[in-house]
Design a protein around this ligand. Structure first.
Ligand SMILES: [Ca+2]
Ligand SMILES: [Ca+2]
Length: 219
């Protein structure tokens, strides 16, 4: 796995440290369910990963995320609502409540909250030949990009604008602004579920021609 660019790019520490962190209780909520099977999600299971990296393990994952983020339930996700959703997830990952998601908390995210995005997960092992399984890399996608709306393989680390290994609330808000602009292709100021659903389906369609070579790159 050391050959993977994802490992080189993301990690300050390996999976074992993530488990150690979980065992001392820094990630109380999501960890408990995922701890028994890190990085072992079965290939083909429904999974949506939000623009901020939050996993929704359901066939209606996108709609589930949208419903939660659309705070006033008017069917339109505004820039403000979108940013608030990003801060909500940032707070969930900030286990020690110091206002920043640091390297340890990011490691816990990768190994306990969304292990499917790791190169050794079942989703990516399937690229090596398991019959009938999805093959995200054949579509030019890696990490969380395979399960979401943006080309952002690691959305938590991706918000670390000054590369100091810590994501502040301010950086998370700035990432929200950039990501909203990418998703709001019509520059309408609001995102709707049908538009996002169409975007997701297009991204998950089998690769054809040279389309995947011209994907928009991460913000
Ligand atoms: Ca709304
Ligand atoms: Ca923290």
């Amino acid at each position: 796995m050391s050959r993977s660019p994802l490992r080189r790019t993301w990690g300050l520490a390996g999976p074992g440290l993530g488990l150690a962190i979980a065992s001392v209780g820094l990630l109380p909520a999501a960890t408990a369910n995922a701890q028994s099977s890190p990085a072992k999600a079965p290939a083909g299971d429904a999974l949506f990963i939000s623009p901020f990296g939050e996993p929704f393990r359901s066939a209606t994952g996108l709609a589930d995320w949208f419903a939660g983020a659309d705070a006033d339930r008017d069917g339109t996700l505004t820039r403000k609502e979108f940013a608030a959703d990003g801060l909500r997830f940032h707070a969930r990952l900030d286990a020690d409540r110091d206002g920043r998601v640091d390297g340890f908390e990011n490691n816990a995210y990768e190994n306990e909250v969304a292990p499917e995005i790791l190169p050794q997960s079942a989703a990516f092992r399937s690229d090596q030949g398991e019959p009938g399984a999805p093959a995200p890399r054949s579509r030019g996608l890696d990490g969380a990009s395979s399960f979401g709306l943006l080309d952002e393989p690691q959305p938590v680390r991706g918000a670390d604008r000054n590369y100091d290994g810590k994501i502040t609330a301010e950086e998370q808000s700035q990432a929200a602004g950039r990501r909203f602009a990418l998703l709001d292709e019509a520059a309408s100021g609001g995102l709707t579920l049908p538009v996002l659903q169409a975007r997701l389906e297009a991204r998950q369609a089998p690769a054809s021609g040279f389309g995947r070579l011209f994907r928009r790159r991460p913000d």
